[in-house]
Design a protein around this ligand. Structure first.
Ligand code: NAP
Length: 509
């Protein structure tokens, strides 16, 4: 199987797809599960969630590499309507978050509406029938409403290195970890030094014989204040809901305090830069290694990373930091520009995801037949309130353009979008409208303002490249303001921003 292909679960033949459903949700991660729970709680029961994987979980199901954990404390990184008193530590590991999501979906009783092992191959808006025609690996289905909950971090990005297809050792992307590949005593390599890599490197360094870490750009790393909760704290979380809410609020406020620095006044990020430099100085004694680990752009431009273990791992005697660019892969070796050949048995590519160019965008075709990919390539990746897109009627994108965060919980953003989505569903039901489509002028005006603010932000001015940016050099993925501003914007559905049609939708497929 190719390295990035998803281990798709076989579709369960006893649960084949109905011909039509009112709302079809694609993706069973936090977005899909959240949408399912909110819809079922509010009486919108005619929905189905499909996912190509074998379970709920999305990115938290797929990213089970060694050391995977969240950078946002769990008491914030969870649904407000399903707080979890049982978190065992400040930053939960992947397995705990995955289990939280599974339990939340199970306890909400929505799982009968999920179909796993179903891969969406195309979705096309049928203007005459006023519905979406969706082709999947388990057959065709139509829906009046389409919700994309595929997530921005789901399609692995492979490095474009000459010879990589012919690599003679074993290779895997961080989001497709191959647990069957032995590491003990072997020569391993990790390409990339982003959020995934800095968790993988310290986790595998003690086990492998030798590890080469290929760094193209040094990341900014801050200490990770992570610890298990004490038994009295855990008791308090269970017994005193107000304590849980208070802790969640404290985390939220601390995180929001970074926003001014990221978006308006970068000088405010200087103390964080000082803390990051201090961590590097404290943990890496060798001045030459320290120099190579020192970032050459402003902190905050890329995602700020948290780790107490990464620098000590890099300083281990069995680990080499390779900063000479990779020229090619030849047989079992990685050849760098300085002419060195690094023999490698196991190659981990922790090279991120297709965010602004996700293949998912190519299979969704709107009213005029153009795909989301074509529309966004031409005009930039934009949506109205990160959620609806002109030319794509009755479609809602969760974690759409300009909703990404560098500092806080994406679950907060998803819940804001769910408020908006449910508002739209209620509005359509109450007004008897079968089709809504955001007005082009409204979408443009909204994005003009976003672009202006993003242009002033550290993501654009900090002197780096990042997955926040697209091929045009814009940063369409990030939300350039406080998250409570987004919450306010999405609180109520605003029908006047939409073209609305009140015709009975055909269910004829
Ligand atoms: P990423 O942040 O996009 O990092 C990819 C890394 O691979 C970068 O260091 C990049 O270098 C390098 N790279 C890419 N192509 C390369 C090439 N051709 N040759 C050499 N190096 C190459 O991806 P990620 O680490 O998977 O993280 C993605 C996002 O997932 C994060 O930003 C975060 O939002 C989320 N995440 C969160 C956590 C957490 O909460 N702890 C953990 C993992 C992931 P350059 O910097 O030079 O481009």
């Amino acid at each position: 199987m190719p390295m990035t292909e998803h281990t798709q679960a076989p579709a369960d033949p006893t649960t084949s797809l109905p011909a039509h459903v009112d709302v079809l949700v694609v993706g069973a991660g936090f977005s899909g599960v959240g949408a399912a729970i909110r819809m079922s709680r509010e009486g919108f029961d005619d929905f189905l969630v499909v996912d190509r994987g074998a379970d709920v979980g999305g990115t938290w199901r797929d990213n089970d590499y060694p050391g995977a954990a969240c950078d946002v404390p769990s008491h914030l990184y969870s649904f407000s309507f399903a707080l979890n008193p049982g978190w065992t530590r400040t930053f939960s590991p992947q397995a705990e978050i995955f289990e939280y999501l599974r339990r939340t979906a199970r306890e909400a009783g929505v799982l009968p509406r999920f179909r796993f092992g179903v891969e969406v191959r195309s979705a096309r808006w049928d203007e005459d029938a006023a519905l979406w025609r969706v082709s999947t690996s388990a057959g065709d289905i139509t829906s009046r409403i389409l919700i994309l909950g595929v997530g921005p971090l789901c399609e692995p990005n492979l490095p474009d290195i000459p010879g990589i297809e012919g690599f003679e050792g074993e290779i895997m992307h961080s989001a497709r970890w191959r647990h069957d590949v032995p590491l003990r005593g072997r020569r391993a390599a990790v390409i990339g030094t982003g959020a995934s890599a800095i968790q993988i490197v310290p986790s595998i360094a003690p086990e492998v014989g030798h590890l080469d870490v290929y760094q193209r750009t040094a990341p900014w790393i801050l200490p990770r204040v992570d610890r298990p909760y004490t038994p009295p704290e855990r008791l308090a979380f269970r017994r005193i809901p107000a304590f849980r809410t208070w802790v969640r609020g404290q985390i939220y406020l601390t995180r929001e305090s970074q926003v001014v620095g990221l978006t308006r006044a970068r000088a405010l990020l200087k103390p964080l830069e000082t803390a990051a430099r201090a961590l590097l100085r404290f943990q890496v004694r060798d001045p030459e290694l320290r120099r190579r680990l020192t970032p050459g752009y402003s902190l905050g431009c890329k995602r700020i990373l948290l780790s107490n273990k990464y620098y000590p791992a890099i300083a281990r005697p069995n680990v080499d930091l390779v900063t000479s660019p990779i020229r090619e892969i030849r047989g079992r070796s990685i050849v760098t520009e300085d002419g060195a050949e690094h023999e490698t048995d196991v190659l981990v590519v922790a090279t991120g995801f297709h965010v602004t160019d996700s293949p998912a965008f190519g299979i969704i075709r709107g009213r005029d037949g153009r795909s989301l990919a074509e529309v966004w390539e031409e005009g930039g990746m934009t949506a109205y309130k990160g959620t609806t897109v002109h030319n794509f009627p009755n479609m809602f994108v969760l974690i759409g353009p300009a909703t990404g965060l560098g500092h806080s919980s994406m679950i907060f953003m998803i819940e804001s979008q769910l408020n908006y989505l449910l508002g739209a569903l209620r509005s359509m039901r109450d007004r008897g409208e079968s089709v809504i489509e955001v007005r082009e002028d409204v979408q443009e005006a909204y994005n003009e303002d976003i672009r202006r603010r993003v242009d002033e932000s550290i993501w654009m001015t900090g002197g780096c490249s990042s997955w926040y940016k697209d091929v045009h050099g814009n940063a369409p993925a990030v939300w350039p303001d406080y998250t409570f501003v987004f919450r306010r914007l999405t609180k109520d559905f605003d029908p006047n921003a939409y073209l609305r049609v009140s015709v009975p939708a055909s269910t004829d497929s």
